[in-house]
Design a protein around this ligand. Structure first.
Ligand code: BES
Ligand code: ZN
Length: 881
């Protein structure tokens, strides 16, 4: 009973009882004065910290976060008196309690702590890394909950404070932090130098940063903000591309956000050992080298796009996330979703020829795939413990949130959305806000029901499928729409079709088939009920239910309508719409609404399509068909290969296997995709031959082959490669001049077919020769290689204690995710047993999703393989029958 009363009270007060680990809300930091003295050789550091805090009420204890720190002394001064505090460490809660003999009054107090810590090798908190020559450096990675490993702190995003950071470092080392250096003096010890950084603006503890080591930089500026790209010695020239990108992006954002870049300088630092991809510390963004450093002349389009995208993402956070920060981690999706959504905007302006907008549409389909699982989650999800918080950084927080924001922008219009964003940032500058504040502001500024739409997408799991049918009566077209939740699980899907209680407020955009010379009407409506009817002009054979491909939903059509759309898709639909149509047709096939034949007929309808992104979607799907649905019996696989080669022959004829001068980046990317799929899935002799030839060239000189083709060429050559080739690739790793070249060679080791060679790759992946951050990625290559999946799984199982330690604290969750690519009941049972016995931190949901994915693949295979066989019987090019 008492519990019920408490619970009610807590709901009324908005306090969560589960918040066992949160700090009491009585004390708030205003300023941290921090001096770090790292000792790289001993892998330790000393800390001296003064925190100015504000007490809301009189108190005799202050609780802050601390983990793996050793306290020497702690004193608290208030109202003219200084007391020594008694320190109690609560290891489980990662907290330290400072208790005082006499209570101190409300108001200002000064905490002074002397402490020490370790420079760990886990790439979290304050850690030790090594460059390629074995030189050590110290760096920080705090998000979400690891600042407490570097300094006792109020380590929750709502506690913003200013920071005065100093570091005592060995002379000659570079020191980089969030703000500019204000003084550098020799001492206090022999051979030491003390570097002081300027006071930062108010910010959350997870955004503080400090890097000490051998680093060099290239420098530029944009809108008066100095920008530097740092790298370990010998690599700074590879920072020029990033510098150019960041200058362009900064100017774009200054304009877009209507608020000038809020920090005094911007540094981008490439770190050889780094756990996430990149981290948006204020004014001091840290990156994996492969996501920052690229040779402007020779880098592939793929890696340039990646680098530019990551920079744009982290820079967007400087406003969205850093300047305005979520109150608590449950709203991290708004940060990550927004930065993900924002990435393509400045790049679209800087490099329109890359067609980044089309990649955004592909990203929507990726998000929809996660959201089609029964074990997806709502965007908004409570999280209290470090594991729970970490698990929030998933495909839903990034991909789905970005897709929902995309839909919202389309609904409000570019300027309407931007006005809302600007107003939100202005209102909460240097402060904190909730996602509710965000859509509340958008609703107010736009005077549209954003606050009705958003909760249905944010608080509800899954995505709707909208079935559309068009009927002609009295010279106009009546479009009937019906929404239901989409599941890969056919039973759940049918149940939802029969009636579920989930309802979304969906901004739907409709587009009519063109009629003779006229374009066909387009209109947008809000679908607020399960069903709705809308009237469109004229009599047309079909109406597309996701015009512009901006909606976060799937669409379903009658087989007739789909066939008609396929016929005119290329002229009547934009590339965005063709991507979404392919994805929708695939989704209908997966739940058995359409047969694989209907889907393949659509593929045939797109045979003349030469759009890089449309073909990318198509080729990925066909690769899946080839890998999982085409059987080995009755030579179905050969028939499928023959069909695929014939389908793609005209595109190959147009493009050829040789890059030509003056070609667009898109043409070069497309050629690479075609090479890969024709070689791997189509077993096309010419593609495989071309790949072998190019592989020889790459091994002689990596820059002698078009940079797009090197990767697929090596991949294909490895598939049938001998030990001799393996050893040559292995030897090349040490000669790599850029991160891209390094991964090109390393990853190739995962694509061989000979079990003996793959075993070597697995051993290599966990050896000292591979950085911990790269181990699991290489193991994943073998796990997703059809020739290596069992071998890799056995290896993971038998080496779990080593594998588990790689890649930083939460990386083993990736292994759980990668197992989702298996498509076999035996492997599923193994995976289930193993991860039930060996629970992986922050991967509870991922584990369930993995089992689900394997199940659907197995189910799909058993249902669609026979259908595919009979379709192929009728459609195989005559020569192959
Ligand atoms: N804030 C994240 C980094 C992060 C992620 C820290 C998870 C702690 C836990 C950063 O903005 C980010 O999103 N990084 C991505 C790369 C990005 C370009 C998608 C990452 O690390 O994967
Ligand atoms: Zn991010």
């Amino acid at each position: 009973m008492k519990q019920i009363v408490l619970l009610t009270a807590s709901i009324l007060l908005g306090v969560c009882l589960c918040s066992a680990q949160r700090l009491p809300m009585t004390t708030a930091p205003e300023n941290y004065r921090l001096t770090f003295t790292p000792d790289l050789d001993k892998a330790t550091f000393a800390g001296d910290e003064t925190i100015r805090v504000h007490l809301a009420q009189p108190t005799s204890q202050i609780v802050l976060n601390a983990a793996e720190l050793t306290f020497d002394t702690a004193t608290i001064s208030a109202a003219g008196a200084t007391q020594t505090a008694k320190i109690t460490i609560n290891k489980d809660k990662e907290q330290a309690e400072l208790a005082l003999g006499k209570p101190i009054p409300a108001g200002e107090a000064i905490i002074h702590i002397k402490y020490s810590g370790i420079l760990n090798s886990d790439m979290r908190g304050f850690y030790l890394g090594k460059d390629d020559h074995g030189r050590k450096y110290a760096a920080t990675q705090f998000e979400p909950v690891d600042a407490r490993r570097a300094f006792p702190s109020f380590d929750e995003p709502n506690y913003k404070a200013t920071f005065d950071i100093s570091v005592v470092a060995t002379k000659g080392l570079a020191a980089i932090s969030n703000s500019k250096i204000i003084s550098e003096t020799d001492g206090p010890g022999n051979g030491q130098r003390t570097v002081r950084f300027a006071t930062t603006p108010k910010m959350s503890s997870y955004l503080a940063a400090l890097i000490v080591g051998n680093f060099e930089y290239v420098e530029g500026e944009a809108d008066g903000i100095p920008i530097r790209v740092y790298a370990t010695p010998g690599k700074k020239e590879l920072g020029k591309f990033a510098l150019e990108a960041s200058e362009n992006i900064l100017k774009f954002y200054d304009h877009y956000f209507g608020i000038k870049y809020p920090y005094a300088k911007l540094d981008l630092i490439g770190l050889p050992d780094f756990s996430p991809g990149a981290m948006e510390n204020t004014g001091c963004i840290t990156y994996r080298e492969s996501l920052l450093l690229a040779d402007d002349q020779h880098a592939s389009v793929k890696s340039k796009k990646l680098v530019a995208g990551v920079i744009a993402h982290e820079m967007a956070h400087q406003w969205f996330g850093d300047l305005v920060t979520m109150k608590w981690w449950d709203d991290i999706w708004l940060n990550e979703g927004f930065a993900t959504w924002m990435e393509s905007k400045p790049i679209e302006t800087w490099k329109p020829e890359w067609n980044g907008k089309l990649d955004d549409v592909s990203a929507i389909t990726t998000a929809l795939n996660v959201d089609s699982l029964a074990n997806t989650r709502p965007i908004l999800q409570a999280a209290e413990t470090p594991d729970q918080i970490f698990e929030l950084f998933d495909g839903i927080a990034y991909g789905k949130a970005a897709a929902v924001l995309q839909m919202l922008e389309a609904y409000l219009g570019r300027e309407g959305f931007r006005a809302g964003v600007n107003e939100y940032l202005k209102q909460h500058t240097y402060g904190n806000a909730t996602a509710g504040d965000f859509w509340g502001t958008l609703a107010k500024v736009s005077r549209k029901p954003v606050d009705k739409i958003m909760p249905t997408f944010v608080k509800q799991a899954g995505a709707p499928m909208i079935s559309a049918s068009a009927q002609c009566s009295a010279g106009s077209t009546t479009v009937s729409l019906a929404q239901q939740r989409y599941y890969y699980d056919r039973q759940r899907f049918e149940q939802a079709a029969a009636g579920d209680n989930e309802l979304w407020q969906v901004p739907v955009c409709l587009k009519e088939a063109p009629d003779g010379s006229s374009k066909g009407e387009q209109k947008c409506e809000l679908l607020t009920e399960k069903q709705g009817t809308f009237t469109m002009k004229g009599c047309v054979p079909w109406v597309l239910a996701n015009a512009g491909a901006t909606g976060y939903y799937r669409s379903s059509y009658s087989p007739d309508a789909l066939r008609n759309m396929a016929k005119s898709a290329e002229s009547a639909l934009t590339p965005e719409e063709r991507i979404i149509l392919l994805s929708d047709a695939w989704a209908s096939m997966r739940v058995g609404r359409d047969s694989i034949g209907d889907y393949l007929a659509l593929a045939e309808g797109l045979q003349a399509d030469r759009n890089r992104a449309v073909l990318e979607t198509l080729l990925n799907q066909l690769e899946y068909v080839g890998r999982h649905l085409a059987n080995d019996n009755n030579s179905d696989r050969e028939k499928f290969q023959a069909w695929l080669r014939q389908l793609l022959a005209p595109a190959v004829r147009d493009l050829g296997w040789q890059a030509k001068p003056g070609e667009s980046d898109e043409q070069r990317s497309l050629r690479a995709q075609l090479l890969m799929v024709l070689g791997e899935t189509g077993k096309d002799p010419e593609a495989l031959e071309a790949a072998k030839r190019m592989t020889e060239q790459v091994l002689a000189d990596p820059n002698s082959v078009d940079s797009e083709l090197a990767q697929p060429a090596l991949h294909l050559a490895a598939m049938s490669g001998s030990e001799e080739l393996y050893d040559r690739v292995l030897a090349k790793i040490k000669t790599a001049k850029t991160p891209e070249q390094y991964y090109l060679f390393v990853n190739t080791l995962g694509y061989f077919s000979d079990p003996k060679l793959l075993q070597r790759t697995l051993e290599y992946a966990i050896s000292e020769d591979v950085r911990s951050q790269d181990s699991l990625g290489l193991i994943a290559k073998v796990m997703t290689n059809p020739a290596g999946e069992r071998l890799a799984w056995e290896f993971v199982r038998s080496h779990w204690s080593e594998v588990e330690k790689k890649g930083g604290p939460f990386a083993s969750a990736d292994v759980v995710a990668v197992a989702g690519s298996f498509c076999d009941p035996g492997l599923r049972d193994d995976v289930t047993d193993f991860f039930t016995a060996h629970r992986v931190n922050a991967a509870e949901r991922t584990f369930k999703q993995t089992v689900e994915r394997i199940n659907y693949c197995v189910d799909l295979k058993s249902r669609q393989s026979p259908q595919l066989a009979s379709w192929l019987q009728q459609h195989t090019p005559s020569a192959a029958k």
